[in-house]
Design a binder for this molecule. Structure first.
Ligand SMILES: [Zn+2]
Length: 146
């Protein structure tokens, strides 16, 4: 099966990687709606929300909370929209969840049209740094607690 996201996970396609663990990778969306629009993609191929293992879905939810906290604290955003498409709007049939920073100047107008990530991802390095700092801090806290 030729799946775009499996190819991304297997490093057959270039990506801007933000985070990786045993279950997921977080990458910048190649065609973002807003600056910093990123995707959580499962390492294992699940078709969609009806197909994904509950434990992996829970992991993604908790990770989403942490990443959202990290982005809100480190980047000048006015909000974050989190969504997953199933069925008609799901273009790539490999489970993925969107994390899309929202900027107030865009609210009420419309989100940016899909753009090439190189054009609008001014926050890529900032987001990557905030996530990496967060993961480092978590590891340190884990070590302290253990
Ligand atoms: Zn796949």
């Amino acid at each position: 099966m030729d799946c775009l996201f499996c190819n991304i996970i297997n490093n057959k396609i270039e990506k801007k990687l933000l985070y990786s663990d045993d279950y997921v990778e977080i990458i910048m969306d190649a065609y973002p709606n807003t600056d910093g629009h990123c995707l959580i993609i499962t390492k294992k191929h699940y078709n969609d929300i009806l197909d994904i293992d509950d434990d992996v879905l829970k992991h993604i939810s908790v990770l989403t909370k942490k990443i959202s906290l990290s982005i809100s604290e480190n980047i000048n955003v006015d909000g974050i929209t989190i969504y997953n498409n199933y069925g008609f709007h799901q273009q790539i049939k490999h489970y993925h969840q969107h994390i899309m920073p929202v900027y107030s100047e865009q609210v009420g107008i419309k989100f940016l049209q899909k753009a090439n990530s190189n054009e609008i991802n001014n926050n890529y390095l900032l987001i990557k740094k905030s996530i990496n700092d967060f993961v480092k801090k978590e590891k340190i806290e884990k070590n302290i607690n253990n």
